[in-house]
Ligand binder design. Structure first.
Ligand SMILES: [Zn+2]
Length: 109
């Protein structure tokens, strides 16, 4: 794996950890080489990406479950409101009916 300097400069990154902790190009230019860490960092990054993808999958699944629950509750609420409305209409109808005076009945007294 090339160090970031060689990668950007499109140089071949040749390392010999026994001779130096830097690649030949960075030794020649007397700069710090990050080539040794690139492999470890890449592995860690790939591992983190997979972990985040797994978490995204779990969260997406959970979001769908919650959406389903919300939809069920909305349907339940809608049904309950409809029943309440019918109940109120029915009660209103009966209370008006009981107040209606039958013309054939004579008032008491
Ligand atoms: Zn290099």
């Amino acid at each position: 794996m090339s160090c970031s300097f060689c990668h950007r400069a499109n140089h071949p990154c040749i390392m010999d950890p026994v001779k130096a902790p830097s690649c030949s190009e960075r030794v020649r230019r007397k700069g710090r080489c990050d080539g040794v860490d690139v492999g470890n960092k890449l592995t860690a990054t790939i591992r983190e990406i997979r972990r985040l993808e797994d978490e995204e999958g779990r969260l997406t699944k959970r979001a769908l479950e919650v959406q389903k629950q919300v939809l069920e509750l909305q349907q339940k609420l809608h049904k309950q409101k409809k029943q309440d409305s019918l109940f109120r209409q029915c009660r209103s109808f009966h209370s008006k009916d009981s107040l209606t005076v039958n013309p054939s009945e004579k008032p008491l007294g």
